[in-house]
Write a protein that binds this ligand. Structure first.
Ligand code: FES
Length: 102
């Protein structure tokens, strides 16, 4: 069942003042924090990590420890990264438009 979230599911409770790390999702600019994983950065600014390739339902990862492969997201260059174990780097550009998924 799809659920609309009016605010991000991840709420930052500490490290609010660490350095900003800019990134984009489909060209929209966002900011993570130094030390964020890709999953934390995306989930801190959106209500979902990605959409299921099978049902289009929102996904937020599952194990969060690099074991289940439920959190792969795609960079604009086409490279897929495991969001829960990949450190956010400045100017990462993510896309939700995967080839063959439109
Ligand atoms: S959430 Fe399971 S591998 Fe990332």
């Amino acid at each position: 069942m799809a659920t609309h979230h009016s605010r991000p599911q991840f709420q930052r409770h500490f490290r609010r003042d660490d350095a900003h790390i800019p990134f984009t999702i489909d060209g929209t600019a966002y900011s993570g924090r130094r030390g964020d994983t890709v999953l934390v950065a995306i989930m801190s600014v959106t209500g979902q990590l990605r959409r299921s390739e099978f049902t289009s339902e929102p996904r937020a990862g599952f194990c969060l420890i690099g074991a289940c492969q439920d959190c792969f997201v795609t960079l604009a260059c086409g490279t897929r990264v495991r969001a829960c174990t990949t450190p956010l780097e400045a100017h990462m550009a993510f896309t939700t438009r995967e080839s063959g998924n439109e």
